[in-house]
Design a protein around this ligand. Structure first.
Ligand code: GDP
Length: 640
């Protein structure tokens, strides 16, 4: 006979700790959300219980930011927002809306009332205003070249570099710093020269968006291929305009019309066919059409009115970084706002340092760099990561302090103490609360046939009004790290059909808590998504009275614990269920039955006619004659 599985929720309930915190600990132990959802076998559950008991203090401590809305607080406390609202009203006479922010003091009180503790997230010293294009001046566009392997991305970048970069190289050696600036008709264009999609998505996954325009290279003799589609998905998801370069038109078998036809199937309709996608025919070998491509880039940029303020505080992003044997940590930083100067003190991600020297893409030492200029920077204490933000600060002391704080924050995050990425369930809950309006999906399947079939079926699922399913990308192949990066960037879940999750991706998903699910039966995949969507229909709630107990005596135990000695008047009182304390016809407190005892024994429930000792969560001020009403909230799922 199969042993019964024990759910994490039950363990959490029994130990009276938040399920989310317990799950975090489990994740650290290598037990995935998925496994936990399926339930633990009794032996594992027992071990976990023992461990959790020992760390119960820690499990009851929530790591919170200093300001939260009622709704956010309710979510981490695993309560209904209305419960927190009611508590604030009843206990503190405060009427607060779910989206209203609570201050530190109130959060601390509420959390304590519910038997939990707070540890505050360390605020980062505020030094950066978010990038706002205050824009006193136009700046060059930043372009990334994407497309299928062998379609000519590197060749195109090389051709432009050879023909359009001003000759300033030392000894004729082209410097590879991860980006360069080309000049056409007196105007500059910044090209990120790490072709391929990893750089783009890895940066986006880290919250950095540096690309203004994507040039999608499609070989005229090969047409739209899987990575072409992937590139379209990435660019669309990042909301970056695409200019198509149909390459290799020098080849006799080139068939640009066929490529354009294929592109329309993916929503890119060429301007000459009445759409709004610029398409340029080029050859990276002969150079045909390259000028027209540069002109199109500049025109597109002009329409976008890309601006930055060279006098604003400096902000940039790391494009590439490495440890150089002779020079130590070297990072290519793209200036996005303000001006970077030699001698500036920087915080770059979790690293810091004073800019000892700067070089441009031709290897020339420079004193300053303005917006959209990539420069190689020397002087950081360690190697930062591509996508890291770079900011200028006043002193080395402050820089070191911020970098250290970030390192510590990361360490804590690794320990699973900072909020996790939403799982499927959490995303659905957020949808339900109206915090997000679409469920973002990345789909991978074994064949084009199944990709299409599943995509169509997903889009046809019945959805509650105002909620949408968004297929961020749908492709053939195993689930890779790029998919996970995209999922992080797009807050999406990853669904796989008849495919594997590659080990790197598995690790990546685990680290970043991306929900990845694989299926072998299409119906199961659809069913799971549909079920969850049904749950989105706002459930009706009904309060059900369970029982009433009257306080007959108050016992003050050692360690500051006060127990209400009660007699159950009607129904039953249940440990762990919600309860409110009435004094006369006033509600004094509302929380949960924290403990319940009968004749020194812990009990789960106690019926009318019996005596019991009980405590309410976060309350000690019982008086004889108080009545404690135990109830539960039942949700009635709406079907239509
Ligand atoms: P990437 O993988 O997209 O960076 O592609 P590469 O730039 O490495 O190009 C792949 C191959 O296609 C190389 O052998 C190039 O010489 C060739 N190639 C690239 N562009 C053209 C072109 O416009 N015409 C011709 N005939 N060959 C090209």
């Amino acid at each position: 006979m199969a042993k019964t599985k024990i759910s994490v929720r039950d363990i959490a309930k029994e130990l009276e700790v938040p399920t989310g915190r317990l799950q975090q600990i489990l994740t650290e132990l290598g037990i995935s959300d998925e496994e936990a959802r399926r339930g633990l076998d009794p032996d594992t559950a027992q071990t976990i219980k023992e461990m959790a008991r020992e760390m119960s203090e820690e499990l009851r401590t929530l790591l919170l930011p200093p300001e939260m809305t009622v709704r956010e607080l309710a979510q981490v406390m695993e309560r209904d927002p209305t419960e927190i609202q009611r508590h604030l009203l009843v206990r503190y006479k405060q009427l607060v809306a779910p989206h209203q922010k609570l201050d530190k003091e109130t959060i601390e009180q509420v959390v304590a009332d519910f038997g939990l503790k707070v540890r505050w997230e360390e605020p980062e010293p505020a030094l950066v205003q978010p990038i706002t294009p205050i824009g006193t001046q136009l700046r060059p566009p930043v372009v990334t070249i994407m497309g299928h392997v062998d379609h000519g991305k590197t060749s195109l970048l090389d051709y432009i570099r050879k023909t359009r970069v001003a000759e300033r190289e030392y000894g004729g050696i082209t410097q590879h710093i991860g980006a360069y600036q080309a000049e056409y008709q007196g105007k500059l264009i910044t090209f990120l020269d790490t072709p391929g999609h990893e750089a783009f998505t890895a940066m986006r996954a880290r919250g950095a968006q540096v690309t203004d325009i994507v040039v999608l290279v499609v070989a005229a003799d090969d047409g739209v291929m899987p990575q072409t589609i992937e590139a379209i998905d990435h660019a669309k998801n990042a909301n970056v305009p695409i200019i198509v370069a149909i390459n290799k038109i020098d080849k006799p078998e080139a068939n640009p019309d066929r490529v354009m036809q294929q592109l329309t199937e993916h929503g890119l309709i060429p301007t000459k066919w009445g759409g709004d996608t610029e398409v340029v025919l080029v050859s990276a070998i002969t150079g045909q059409g390259v000028d027209e491509l540069l002109e199109t880039i500049l025109l597109t940029a002009e329409l976008m009115e890309l601006k930055a303020d060279p006098n604003a505080p400096f902000q940039g992003t790391v494009i590439e970084a490495k440890l150089d044997k002779g020079r130590g940590p070297v990072a290519t930083i793209l200036v996005q706002q303000g001006t970077l100067r030699r001698g500036d003190v920087l915080v770059v991600g979790k690293t810091w340092g004073r800019v000892r020297a700067m070089f441009d893409h031709t290897g020339k030492a420079v004193e300053r760099a303005t917006p959209a200029t990539p420069v190689e920077v020397m002087g950081l204490n360690e190697v930062p990561v591509a996508g890291d933000p770079a900011e200028r600060v006043e002193s080395e002391t402050l820089a070191r302090e911020i970098a250290t704080q970030r390192q510590e924050a990361e360490r804590e995050q690794k320990l699973g103490q900072i909020g996790r990425r939403p799982s499927l369930q959490e995303l659905f809950k957020q949808l339900q609360r109206g915090e997000i309006k679409s469920l973002n999906i990345i789909l991978k399947a074994d064949t084009y046939g199944s990709v299409e079939a599943i995509r169509d079926a997903l889009l046809k699922l019945e959805k509650p009004p105002g909620v949408d399913i968004k297929i961020i990308s749908a492709n053939v192949g195993n689930i890779t790290e790029t998919d996970i990066d995209l999922a992080i960037a797009a807050e999406a879940i990853v669904l796989g059909f008849n495919v594997k999750v590659e080990s790197g991706a598995q690790q990546q998903a685990k680290t970043h808590h991306v929900d990845v699910r694989t299926y072998r039966i299409i119906y199961e995949l659809l069913d799971e998504v549909q079920k969850a969507l049904k749950g989105l229909l706002e459930p009706e709630r009904r309060e059900v009275h369970l029982g009433t107990a009257e306080v007959r005596a108050v016992f003050k135990l050692s360690r500051g614990i006060t127990v209400a000695g009660c007699y159950v008047l009607d129904g039953k009182i249940y440990r762990g269920r919600p309860a409110r304390l009435w004094r006369g016809n006033q509600v004094i407190h509302e929380s949960r039955i924290a403990s319940l005892r009968h004749l020194k024994e812990d009990v789960r429930e106690i019926a009318a006619g019996y005596e019991c000792g009980l405590t309410l969560e976060g309350f000690t001020d019982y008086q004889e004659g108080d009545r404690i009403e135990c109830f539960e909230i039942q949700e009635v799922e709406k079907t239509r």
